[in-house]
Design a binder for this molecule. Sequence first.
Ligand code: G3H
Length: 258
Amino acid sequence: MSDRKPLMAGNWKMNLNHLEAIAHVQKLAFGLADKDYEAVEVAVLPPFVDLRSVQTLVDGDKLKIKYGAQDISAHDSGAYTGEISGPMLAKLKCTYAVVGHSERRQYHDETDELCNAKVKAAFRNDLTPILCVGEGLDVRKAGNQVAHTLAQVDGGLKDVPAEQAETVVIAYEPVWAIGTGEVATPEDAQEVCGAIRGRLAELYGQEVADKVRIQYGGSVKSGNVAAIMAQPDVDGALIGGASLDADEFVKIVRFRDQ
Ligand SMILES: O=C[C@H](O)COP(=O)(O)O
């Protein structure tokens, strides 16, 4: 039995302004307050411009909800217009920084090399990277999902030492299941998440591999989360669309109640 604490993280993507963010986090706090949910870690990943509002609310009300950014610059400062650095996110007391989400890879041409630099930037600034990996539909149809995803894990973690690697979060998100309503079956999720843990064991040893939390992401909802979470190598979910509905997100967090 693993003692990995499940991580349910809501990736708001480019939704909710800073005022809406406050209302949303308040609803989450209300929905999670009356019951012991400490066995599950809850995080929100708002747009950059919301982070200060979320920080103020979480600090002020001593909420147990964690938060992080959807991206991080590979650089710590300098002439990089539009970028947000690790030191800035750390100053806002972010816990997490998402790296290499498929939408960044697809629309911003982020490579494994850049993701690797961002993973290192996160660690350099005491942030936990959530490294996103996963195959597109063509790769899945060709049956190459495991090899493709493991190559992204190798690339993202290149030269990352074991003491850092054991704290990374890896999110397996088959691109064909993101925002489409198409959910990978629990067995599909386990196949790749299990392979990711196997690769971590090859790279760092079983003890490290057993500590790493591996999330599934792609059309997760309250109705399918329990079956996905029942898989031995799935330690949480990265939730997009369903995280924008506070009641639904609370139900997902409470997957054990279902
Ligand atoms: O980061 C979250 C994933 O892209 C999943 O998004 P989705 O739950 O809307 O399919």
